[in-house]
Ligand binder design. Structure first.
Ligand code: ASP
Length: 313
C-alpha cells in the first residue's frame, strides 16, 4: 500500500496540504481529501490575491470563480467556470460531476444550479479586496470613468505577467492509502481579467488531469498558455508513456516555452506539478515564476521551489 501524499501549488498550498492530509489520515478517498484541501484555501479570505472570496476581481470589479476536480479511479470529473456569488466552487464542481450527466457548467446557469443544490448566495468581496481594486484603477477613483486605462490584449497572453501578486490558483493532488489519485483545482483566475474570461483551471486536461493509470497533473500560471498546450493532459500522457512526474513537468514547460516562442512571446509564465501512484512527485516552472509548492507526507509538510526551465532548455 502506498503512503498517502498530497501536493499543492504555491505557499498557500501548505494549508491545502494540511487539510488534505488530515482527511487522508481518516481514510478518506483522494478526491475528497484534495477537495478538503482546496476548500481550506477557498475559505481563507486573508489570501487577498488568490483563490476564493476576497481575491482580485475582473476588470469590472466582479469576482468570478472557476474550479474543477477529477477522480483518478473512474475518470469522473466536474467543473464550473465564471461563477459569481458562490463560495465553494470546487464543491459545486463535484455536484456537477455527481448530479448531472455533464462535465462543465458556466456563469449564471452554474449559479442557478448551485442554488438548486442548496449552496448559499454570498457577497464575495471584502473591504480589502474593494480597496485593492480601486487602488489598481486610480483613474476610476478620480474621475468615475467606467473603462480601465489598459485593457488586456485581445490575443490573451501577450501582456499577461504572472507574479507573486496576481496568481490565483490552488491545485491539489492527493494519493490515498488505497492507491487512488484525486485532484482539485480552484481559482479566481487572473487578476483584472476581461469579464467572461476563463483560464485553464476549470478545463479538464488543461488545469488538471487525473488518471490512476497514468498519474495526476495540475497547473498554475497564465491559463491561455496552459490551454494552448493541453498542459495537464500532456503531463499525464508523458507519465503514461514511462516518464517520471519530474521529467513530464519539465517537458510541459519546454513545450510551453516553444509555443510562446512560435508566437514571438517570451517567456511563457506557467508552472506544473505532478504525482504518480507510487508517490513520486514532480514540479517545474518556466523562468522567473518563482514557483513554490507544498508537499505533505505523514505529518510533515514541506515547501519546495520548483526547477525553472528557460526558453533555451
Ligand atoms: N491559471 C490561472 C488562470 O489562468 C491563474 C493562475 O494560476 O495564476 O486562470
Amino acid at each position: 500500500m502506498p503512503e498517502p501524499i498530497t501536493i499543492a501549488t504555491w505557499p498557500f498550498g501548505r494549508s491545502a496540504v494540511q487539510a488534505a492530509m488530515k482527511a487522508l489520515a481518516k481514510g478518506e478517498p483522494a478526491l475528497d481529501a484534495a477537495l478538503a484541501g482546496a476548500q481550506a484555501v477557498e475559505d481563507d479570505t486573508s489570501i487577498r490575491n488568490s483563490v476564493g472570496f476576497g481575491s482580485l476581481p475582473d476588470r469590472l470589479g466582479r469576482l468570478t470563480l472557476d474550479a474543477c476536480l477529477m477522480d483518478g479511479r473512474t475518470l469522473a470529473c466536474g467543473a464550473v467556470a465564471c461563477v459569481e456569488h458562490i463560495r465553494h466552487v470546487a464543491a459545486l464542481a463535484k455536484r456537477v460531476m455527481e448530479k448531472t450527466p455533464h462535465v462543465l457548467l458556466v456563469g449564471e446557469a452554474a449559479k442557478w444550479f448551485a442554488l438548486q443544490q442548496g449552496f448559499p448566495l454570498e457577497v464575495p468581496y471584502t473591504a480589502e479586496s474593494i480597496k485593492e481594486w480601486l487602488d489598481a484603477h486610480p483613474d476610476l477613483k478620480k474621475k468615475g470613468e467606467k473603462q480601465p486605462e489598459k485593457p488586456i490584449a485581445a490575443d490573451g497572453a501577450s501582456d499577461i505577467n504572472v507574479n507573486e501578486f496576481n496568481h490565483d490558483t490552488v491545485t491539489v493532488l492527493s494519493l490515498d492509502a488505497k492507491g487512488h489519485l484525486g485532484g482539485v483545482c480552484t481559482t479566481s483566475g487572473l487578476a483584472y481579467k476581461l469579464p467572461g474570461r476563463v483560464g485553464d483551471s476549470p478545463i479538464i486536461g488543461a488545469g488538471l488531469y487525473v488518471d490512476d493509470e497514468a498519474g495526476a497533473a495540475g497547473a498554475t500560471g497564465v491559463g491561455e498558455e496552459i490551454i494552448r498546450i493541453g498542459g495537464s493532459l500532456f503531463i499525464a500522457e508523458q507519465m503514461r508513456g514511462g516518464k517520471s512526474p519530474q521529467e513530464a513537468c519539465e517537458l510541459a514547460c519546454k513545450r510551453a516555452n516553444a509555443a510562446a516562442g512560435r508566437r514571438g512571446v517570451h517567456p511563457a509564465r506557467v508552472a506544473f506539478l505532478a504525482l504518480d501512484r507510487k508517490g513520486n512527485v514532480g514540479a517545474a516552472a518556466t523562468e522567473k515564476t518563482n514557483f513554490q509548492y507544498a508537499v505533505g507526507r505523514g505529518e510533515k509538510v514541506e515547501l519546495l521551489k520548483a526547477k525553472e526551465i528557460g526558453p533555451t532548455a
